[in-house]
Design a protein around this ligand. Structure first.
Ligand code: HEC
Length: 138
């Protein structure tokens, strides 16, 4: 009987969780997965914290930011003159084929075509975006 009660409460934990709770759990898992992917694919060139040493521009606060905005970073002319905003769609195109998307960029080609992997990396990049970029990316 005791065993049965335990089974029920475990079942309830699985079934009774509210959708909102499930959503935040999914988001957390995406961010964690995205951080691992970022560590393996991007971190060698990109610090996630603007105060860290970084070969490429640091990607803190990147989502919604205009391209080429890190002061003192020596961007390529193509990137600096592109006038694009790093929306999730632009980040997706960039991860898929950055030098096709923006000929002349000095970022070495990355070819991440898997949408799920892109989603996870974008979830992580959103989690390290804490500033409201709507004013500065216009
Ligand atoms: C081999 C080094 C290298 C790797 C790996 C790399 N990048 Fe880059 N990235 C750069 C460089 C260098 C630039 C500057 C490009 C320019 O000025 O044309 C850049 C620029 C960027 C920018 C534009 C930033 C801005 O301030 O406008 C974004 C966004 C970006 N990279 C995302 C990524 C993501 C996401 C990954 C992993 C999937 C990644 N990069 C992997 C070197 C790298």
């Amino acid at each position: 009987m005791k065993h049965l009660a335990r089974t029920f409460s475990i079942l309830c934990l699985a079934v009774c969780a509210s959708p909102a709770l499930a959503e935040t759990t999914f988001e957390k898992i995406k961010i964690e997965a995205g951080e691992k992917l970022y560590n393996s694919e991007c971190r060698k060139c990109h610090a996630s914290d603007a105060s860290g040493a970084s070969y490429g521009p640091p990607l803190e606060n990147i989502v919604g930011r205009g391209a080429g905005m890190v002061q003192d970073y020596d961007y390529s002319t193509s990137l600096e003159a592109s006038g694009i905003v790093w929306t999730p769609a632009a980040l997706r195109a960039w991860m898929e084929d950055n030098d096709g998307f923006m000929p002349g960029t000095k970022m070495r080609h990355v070819g991440i075509n898997d949408r799920t992997v892109q989603d996870f990396i974008i979830a992580y990049l959103s989690s390290i975006t804490t500033q409201d970029n709507s004013a500065i990316s216009e």
